[in-house]
Design a protein around this ligand. Structure first.
Ligand code: ADP
Ligand code: MG
Length: 405
């Protein structure tokens, strides 16, 4: 069997017209002799009536504190509708197809409602459908717990469904269809001269996704990387070749990727900076207590810096209140800056190359961007900035590292 997984995002399945384009992509793949497994997101974005956030409003207006199990039961409905609507379009076009919810497709998750992880996939029903010549249309973003409850995989989770199915089915390729030509050197909505990339390494793309490039979910890239399944990011609305993500030869696909100094710029807003000033951080058990308490509350932290008398880190804005409560309960002197954004440059080639940090700071200075904090890894440098400086910072870094078209 040569199985192709095709995932279509919210904008791709939003309207009858765009679903026509989706059907065409599926029929083209069938003509090439592929067994096609399709993964769909919910139709459109809010205020579209069946978009995930619109559906959530049905309960948020009634009870914003509804428990996570019930929230998952309702937010997963968008994909259920989308899958059946696509099956209707495919069968109307003469292509036999069958829809599966995550649970029906054999996707078993843990019990972390709202951000569940896939534990295993039993693809028997999908394989049986393919064997009798049907296209299997699977709802993205969801699975089922061991006890039979629907659990969702977090925002961007449909990408993860596609990669995980690709791995479970040993697919020859996973195609992520969206509304851009492929992976660009930055978000084209923010950096207008962002350049399309023919290939990107798994490693750079994981880093880009983790640092906010929401074109694909980081977990989806990691799963494909570990399972050695080639990934492609393509445009539903054009016949452009898209971006191939692969470092390793698999199923005859082999691409050599030369690491660039800087491959891309990414940004993410909605974070807050937390700074605690104390005499006592010299005693590591206080630091340990802070991190242990935050972890116990499931609050994830980033850009962590600990000094003898000071510590700084960032949290998601939605976690600020709970974070401050924990720190104040511990008697720590805490300053919070909300309205922050993280802007990063990513590239496997910057490891060990002198001068990258100086160009990074030079670019931010010339754009008059306030630097609140920086952090770096072997293949990225990030800067925390006030959100109003975010777009200027991204554009300035993009031009400093000559990423433009
Ligand atoms: P979908 O609904 O198809 O999953 P998303 O909105 O999640 O689509 O992802 C596609 C969007 O990702 C693009 O419209 C673009 O604005 C954004 N994006 C962010 N960074 C990049 C990048 N480096 N390359 C391409 N697109 C990017
Ligand atoms: Mg997406």
């Amino acid at each position: 069997m040569s199985i192709l997984v095709q995932k279509f995002g919210g904008t791709s399945v939003a309207t009858e017209d765009s679903r026509g384009k989706v059907v065409k992509k599926i029929l083209d793949a069938r003509k090439q002799g592929k067994d096609v497994v399709v993964v769909v997101s919910a139709m459109g974005r809010k205020p579209a009536p069946y978009a995930t956030d619109s559906i959530l409003e049905l309960v948020d207006n009634v009870n914003p504190h509804l428990n996570a199990r019930e929230r998952d039961a309702i937010v997963s409905c968008g994909e259920n509708l989308s899958a059946v609507v696509l099956v209707a379009a495919l069968t109307a076009a003469g292509c036999d197809a069958v829809s599966f919810t995550g649970g029906q497709a054999g996707i078993v998750t843990d019990e972390v409602f709202g951000d569940a992880r896939i534990k295993r996939i039993d693809p028997t029903r999908i394989l049986n459908a393919l064997k009798v010549g049907k296209v299997a249309v699977v709802t993205g973003f969801q699975g089922i717990t061991e006890t039979g409850d629907v659990a969702t995989l977090g925002r961007g989770g449909s990408d993860t469904t596609a990669s995980a199915l690709g791995a479970a089915l040993s697919a020859e390729l996973v195609e992520i269809y969206t509304d851009v030509e492929g992976i660009m050197t930055a978000d084209p909505r923010v950096v207008p001269d962002a350049k399309y990339q023919e290939t990107v390494s798994y490693r750079d793309l994981v880093e880009m996704a983790n640092l906010g490039a929401k074109v694909i979910h980081p977990r989806a890239v990691e799963i494909a990387m570990h399972a050695r399944i080639p990934l492609a990011i393509k445009n539903t609305f054009s016949d452009a070749p898209g971006t191939l993500v692969t470092d390793v030869g698999n199923s005859g696909v082999s691409v050599s990727v030369t690491d660039k100094l800087v491959a891309a710029v990414a940004h993410m807003s909605g974070v807050a900076q937390i700074i605690c000033v104390e005499d006592s951080f010299r005693t590591t058990h206080i630091v340990l207590n802070v991190f242990a308490s935050l972890a116990k509350e499931n609050i994830s932290i980033d850009m962590v810096n600990v000094f003898p008398e000071r510590m700084a880190f960032i949290v998601n804005e939605k976690d600020v209140e709970r974070t401050v409560k924990i720190l104040e309960d511990m008697g720590l002197n805490t300053t919070v800056t909300t309205g922050c954004a993280k802007v990063s440059v990513i590239g496997g080639g910057m490891r060990g190359t002198p001068g990258v940090m100086s160009r990074f700071v030079k670019a931010l200075n010339s754009a008059d961007v306030t630097i609140l904090q920086t952090s770096d890894s072997h293949n990225s440098i990030s800067c925390l900035v006030p959100v109003q400086d975010m777009e200027r910072a991204a554009r300035s870094l993009h031009s400093e590292f000559q990423l433009a078209r």
